[in-house]
Design a protein around this ligand. Structure first.
Ligand code: UDP
Length: 330
């Protein structure tokens, strides 16, 4: 199979590329390296079945050409990371909405199956935990920049589902819940790599708010397996699936675990949301997926515990990170 992965030089996209190459398929990556990085795919470049194009998903003719060459499309290219979104809302909205429009329109011309990556962020302020795919999405005020991410992704979902209903373009929507693992960078605000780096460098571990907010962290290898299985399954078409782990942890406990596992002397500090993001910032207090739908269809089950995932991320930063973290790798 020939697989197009937009955002393929990103954290999840690079792991997905690996999975398809390992299966014997060919991979075509389209990435503008805005948040992705060539470092994520450097090790794949020697594989003759791996191809990449450095260009934006806004570029219609490039997308059209790649769609023509491929059998299926994963659309992962997006503005991600709450910090990036709060700092660059225009880019977030334009990338997420327009990029998806282009990909779906081009895929529709040749009726190539498309999987659209959405986010657990779309559940917004809903308190119906665990979140189910058919539950209400509760958006905050438009004056709060964060919710532009959720809204832009919700539009992507509507559009993908509309293409299926109206034009019979086979589409699948997945909502990813806090995917973590090796190669994720803390640069765009993600908490696990941020805490691990802080702990390894002996810097203060910055818990935002009071640290009682909770998340469920999914291992990227598990998430990738679910993506591949959903792409393969004919009954996934026209549907929305949560993908994530259901091991819930609050952020203060996460900080303590990272500190203990790295044997760090870092102190854990509380940082008000107004300082971390912006005045009036609203967080999601709990974010837990109901994963029964994806489990029932493709047998998805998280394979690693949080501690096992953290051990992998810690090992990654110890091995790969800058000389300031591991002088021996200078
Ligand atoms: N967070 C934190 N310290 C950091 C970065 C993030 O306490 O240095 C918190 C953040 O406020 C949120 C949680 O960790 O409550 C998860 O943040 P992340 O940006 O990883 O993902 P989100 O779930 O917000 O999309």
């Amino acid at each position: 199979m020939r697989v197009l992965i937009t955002g393929g030089a990103g954290f999840i996209g690079s792991h997905l590329s690996e999975a398809y190459l390992a299966r014997g398929d060919s991979v075509f990556v389209l990435d503008d390296l805005s948040t992705g990085s060539i470092d994520n795919i450097r090790h794949l470049k020697t594989n003759p079945r791996f191809h990449y194009t450095i260009e934006s998903v806004h570029h219609k003719s490039v997308v059209a050409e790649l769609v023509d060459q491929c059998d299926v499309v994963f659309h992962l290219a997006a503005a991600v990371g709450v910090k990036l979104i709060v700092d660059s809302p225009v880019r977030t909205i334009e990338t997420n909405v327009h990029g998806t429009e282009v990909v779906l329109a081009q895929a529709n011309k040749k009726k190539k199956k498309v999987l659209i990556a959405s986010t657990s962020e779309v559940y917004g302020l809903s308190t119906q935990v665990p979140f189910r795919e058919n539950g209400n999405l509760v958006m905050g005020a438009t004056t709060k920049g964060r919710w532009s991410y959720a809204c832009s992704k919700a539009i992507d979902e509507f559009l993908a589902l509309a293409y299926w209903r109206e034009k019979k373009l086979p589409t699948v929507v997945v909502r990813l819940f806090n995917t973590v693992g090796p190669r994720q960078t803390g640069q765009y605000g993600m908490v696990v790599p941020t805490f691990v780096k802080q702990a390894l460098l002996g810097l203060p571990i910055t818990v935002y708010g009071d640290g009682t907010q909770s998340r469920c962290f999914a291992y990227v290898g598990d998430v990738v397996r679910a993506l591949v299985a959903l792409m393969d399954h004919p009954d996934a078409v026209g549907q929305v699936f949560n993908i994530g782990s259901n091991e819930e942890v609050n952020i203060k406990t996460l900080a303590e675990r990272v500190k203990a596992m790295t044997e760090s002397k870092s102190e854990i500090v509380l940082v008000p949301y107004s300082e971390a993001y912006e005045e009036g910032f609203e967080d999601m207090p709990r974010r837990v997926p109901d994963i029964s739908k994806v489990s029932a269809l493709v047998g998805f089950r998280p394979s690693l515990t949080l501690d096992q995932i953290l051990a992998q991320v810690i090992a990654f930063f110890r091995d790969e990170a800058s000389p300031s973290i591991n002088p021996e790798n200078g």
